[in-house]
Design a binder for this molecule. Structure first.
Ligand code: SF4
Length: 503
């Protein structure tokens, strides 16, 4: 599964294509060509690997919610054995088959759950998303097409996805099954010519495909670095707040970069500042920055959470993908004007929220303004207030002291290197170039979240040494997030001409 979809099934076989490869080609033929022909493919990052594993677990769990089936259980690349075993199960009249596998017209696919009712079959595709997404339809359509061509009378297609309303500890309604047959039938009308086009394309040289919206939909292409290296700097898609379709319409009309936007484009204040910065190739600082910083009330604290959001909820009151804070870093101004560091990281699979909330309230005690970067921390603190009623008042008080430093930057500062993003990972190199995440063992929030999940919920499979190393790496990463805010605020004060609160 890519994104929140299913793990990738056997890829292009000596027989031809797999379902995953066909779906890749639906996104972009050039992407498919590279995946089939290029031996030097980009490696999957840890966060993507985590999503794949989580998807696999969801797929296996789904079988408990559609029980009593026969699993076609062979190594993933034993294509012919899988197909033969499926045929045998069908001959025996098996009512429900997991991983039913088919090969027809050069395309291999396996169906998560194939159900028989008399002479008719239903193909059920399990997805770890919480809704049916447009890209699921093509995915299911390939399965239905191949199964039909292999002689199976599939008359109904369903997507079985996670139920957003499911609440731990009652997981009896973890899955929802949605009939997608009409959408699949409509898709099937165009599938045979698309398959023919993919086979023809693969028999030739690397196809020419221009960059476009498809590079990011339905998911980020792993070959962005190859194709986007030639894209002009300040591409119009990097204009702050622009919708993807509007950006590509402008690019299609020849306005490829921010430097050549037509006057008719209406810009927000932030986007207008971006355009001025890019055109003048200079950092822009608005006069109001000093006044905004002066509102900060010392002593200050700088707060950052790391969270995990398990697909299958594991703590009371949580739904699929509820983001639960399991770690925080907090730098706090001390009386001498220096900063002290406090941190907390959960241990083991138990509910981390009561202990985290207590440590958080203690860490921020005395700070009058608590800086966060984006509003993410505020949302998590409000969730914590619901989850830990004994500390709800203290958490609401903390909520009242939060200040979003990202909003201060967004409203007053733009550097051409921001690239339309106010993420700390984009702002920091431009404003505080001497500070970098580069030397850290973990240097990305998605990666940290995947590792936290592993540490807390799969820690039994690690050695004590591995756990200790991972804990240390995670603590360093989170600490860097708040230290970056400390240094960023120093830089903002310099830019404001020494305005703002003082410790
Ligand atoms: S980056 Fe875009 S054009 Fe290049 S292979 Fe990926 S989807 Fe195709």
């Amino acid at each position: 599964m890519v994104g929140r979809d299913k793990p990738e099934e056997p890829v292009a076989t000596s027989h031809g294509l797999s379902k995953s490869r066909v779906c890749s080609g639906l996104q972009c033929h050039k992407k498919l060509w590279w995946e089939v022909h290029d031996e030097d493919l980009p490696e999957r990052d840890a966060a993507t690997e985590f999503i794949l594993n989580q998807g696999r677990e969801v797929g296996e769990l789904a079988r408990n919610h559609a029980p009593g089936g026969v699993l076609i259980d062979f190594p993933h690349d034993a294509y012919l054995e899988r197909v033969r075993a499926t045929r045998a199960a069908l001959r025996h009249g098996t009512r429900r088959i997991y991983e039913a596998s088919f090969l027809a017209e050069g395309v291999f696919c396996s169906i998560d759950i194939l159900e028989r009712e008399g002479p008719r079959f239903t193909a059920v595709e399990v997805k770890s998303s919480t809704k049916v997404k447009p890209e699921h339809i093509g995915d299911v359509a390939v399965q239905v097409h191949v199964a039909r061509r292999a002689g199976v009378n599939v008359t109904r297609a369903e997507v079985m996805h996670l139920n957003r309303a499911c609440t731990h500890p009652d997981l009896s309604d973890l899955f929802v099954r949605e009939d997608v047959s009409p959408r699949v039938e409509a898709f099937l009308l165009d599938l045979p010519p698309e398959l023919a086009a993919q086979f023809a394309m693969l028999a030739g040289p690397l196809p020419e495909v221009a960059i476009g919206r498809h590079c990011f939909a339905p998911r980020d292409c792993p070959f962005l670095e190859r194709c986007w290296a030639e894209a002009p700097e300040h591409h119009v898609t990097s204009l702050y707040g622009i919708r993807s379709d509007a950006a590509w319409a402008l690019a299609g009309d020849g306005h490829e970069t921010i430097l050549d936007l037509p006057p008719s484009v209406r810009l927000s204040a932030v986007a207008a500042r971006q355009v001025r910065a890019v055109r003048s190739d200079a950092l822009i600082v608005e006069r109001g920055l000093g006044a905004a910083l002066a509102k900060l009330d010392a002593p200050l604290a700088y707060l950052d959470f790391e969270t995990v959001g398990p697909a299958v909820p594991v703590w009371p009151g949580c739904h699929p993908y509820t983001a639960v804070p399991v770690q925080f870093s907090c730098h706090v101004q001390d009386r001498r004007g220096g900063v002290a560091h406090r941190s907390w990281l959960a241990e083991g699979p138990g509910d981390p929220r009561p202990a985290l909330a207590a440590a958080l309230v203690a860490a921020c005690r005395g700070a009058k303004s608590v800086l966060m970067y984006t509003r993410y921390e505020r949302a998590r603190i409000r969730d914590l207030a619901d989850a830990v009623p004994a500390l709800a008042d203290a958490l609401r008080d903390l909520d009242g002291r939060l200040v979003d430093l990202a909003a201060v930057v967004r409203s007053h500062v733009y550097h051409p290197d921001f690239g339309g993003s106010f993420s700390i990972k984009d702002v920091l190199p431009a404003l505080v170039p001497e500070l970098s995440y580069g030397g850290l063992a973990i240097n990305d929030g998605r990666w940290a979240s995947a590792e936290l999940y592993r540490l807390l919920l799969k820690g039994d499979s690690m050695t004590p040494e591995e756990r200790a190393t991972l804990r240390a790496d995670l603590l360093e990463y989170c600490k860097m997030d708040t230290w970056a805010m400390v240094k960023l605020l120093e830089r903002l004060r310099e830019l404001a001409g020494n305005g703002g609160a003082r410790g």
